[in-house]
Design a protein around this ligand. Structure first.
Ligand code: GLU
Length: 411
């Protein structure tokens, strides 16, 4: 099964339950446009290398295409097909007026110098420039990209089209980025968790959390959850994990990671194997790294009661079924990871208005949008006795199907 087929499986199940007819299902199962490019990068040593890149636009029924750009040595067409479709359902579930897209380059960015990376960003933007635009398709950061990369791409686009801040989100604040965007994915995930904790009548202090992945989303989630009173007992990155059942200090660990390149050997914690994080005794497990980190290979080890998906597609469909059988609640990625694109929407609105909002206003709007989505998902899951993932897909698929119908795409 490909990554895209895994997500499409959830869409098909929702379409079955909603009784959608064949033409609607046909449209929802296809990508509107797939652009494959070769990015030429003059290297510092005088040679030239060519990297494959993609921008995949899945469905634009609800608005301009929207989604991040990732630089990763394993990036592939299949994963961008999967992630662009996830963006369609994520933006629909949060009710922000976008469709879904994703893209990036197959490259190990850590092996490039800063100047080579800049040339890669500019070259990639030049290669996809004709299919993006502030009302057409709006890229953003994803794995291994951030404000610096967005700034180079904005500059490249604006040199060709005139200053256009709304063409890309996740920019540095000094170039029209939004306050709060950097922390938004982690903050949105925490808002989800808080809402569920509130509905279930639990208390934060008694909840221990393990976080897989200490990049932008995982580290912000850990820092903010710790501030809110939750106990972070373990965090990991690609090199290993650190654990302290009494609780870790996420900011200290981030400082250690910045200094040494990894969370491994951070003070006041025991260093353990990366995979051992999944079997720890904790209440909540937060996969915030790459796709398919929870699969048949480790699902039986999991002891958490709740899984909060902050990465895109971290749980394989097999593992998802197994977790459901074991009564473990899963907050799906299209909800748990939606804080980033939600603040991207708020950034885009500010750019259109030539306005700058204070961070409080951004966080309040994020909270209102996240809570509305969480409440809608919990309500539908309860009423129909289905999983949170099934409920989230039902809501999203219904909205996208309806927008297509209003546009006259099918009877
Ligand atoms: N890359 C993030 C995601 O997967 C954010 C996308 C955006 O802000 O457009 O949701």
């Amino acid at each position: 099964m490909t990554l895209f087929e895994a997500v499409q499986g959830y869409v098909d199940q929702a379409a079955d339950r909603l009784g959608l007819d064949a033409s609607v299902r046909e449209v929802l199962s296809r990508h509107r446009r797939e652009v494959a490019v070769s990015v030429r990068v003059p290297m510092d040593d005088g040679s030239v290398r060519v990297f494959p890149g993609w921008r995949i636009q899945h469905n634009g029924a609800r608005g301009p295409y929207k989604g991040g750009l990732r630089f990763h040595p394993n990036a592939s067409l299949d994963e961008f097909r999967c992630f662009s479709s996830l963006m369609t359902w994520k933006t629909a579930l949060l009710d922000v007026p976008f469709g879904g897209a994703k893209g990036g380059v197959r490259v190990d960015p850590k092996a490039l110098s800063e100047r080579e990376l800049e040339r890669l960003c500019r070259g990639f933007l030049a290669a996809i420039e004709m299919v993006i635009g502030p009302e057409r398709d709006i890229p953003a950061p994803d794995v291994n990209t951030g404000p610096r990369e967005m700034a180079w791409m904005l500059d490249e686009y604006s040199q060709r089209h005139g200053e256009t801040p709304a063409v890309i989100t996740g920019k540095p604040v000094g170039l029209g980025g939004s306050l709060g965007r950097d922390a938004a994915t982690g903050r949105g995930a925490l808002m989800c968790l808080d809402r569920i904790v509130h509905h279930r009548g639990w208390s934060r202090e008694r909840i221990s959390i393990a976080v897989e992945g200490y990049g932008n989303a995982g580290s912000w989630f850990a820092i903010l959850a710790h501030q809110a009173g939750y106990r972070i007992v373990a965090v990991s990155d690609s090199r290993g994990a650190v654990w302290n059942p009494e609780g870790l200090h996420p900011r200290e660990i981030l400082a250690h990671k910045r200094e040494t390149g990894s969370v491994v050997d951070a003070k006041h914690a025991e260093t353990i194997e990366r995979e051992d994080l999944f079997g720890l005794d904790c209440e909540v497990l937060v996969p915030a790294a790459l796709e398919e980190s929870i699969s048949a290979a480790n699902v039986e080890r999991i002891r958490a009661n709740l899984i909060l998906e902050v990465a895109n597609h971290p749980v394989t469909p097999d593992a998802d079924r197994r977790l459901a059988d074991r009564g473990i609640t899963v907050v799906p990625d299209i909800l748990g990871s939606a804080g980033g694109v939600t603040v991207s929407y708020l950034e885009w609105v500010q750019n259109h208005q030539h306005a700058r909002w204070p961070e409080d206003k951004v966080n309040q709007r994020l909270q209102a949008l996240m809570e509305a989505a969480v409440d809608a998902v919990l309500d539908r899951a309860n009423r129909s006795a289905i999983s949170l993932r099934a409920a989230a897909y039902e809501i999203a698929v219904e909205r996208v199907a309806e927008a297509g119908r209003l546009r006259g795409w099918y009877p």
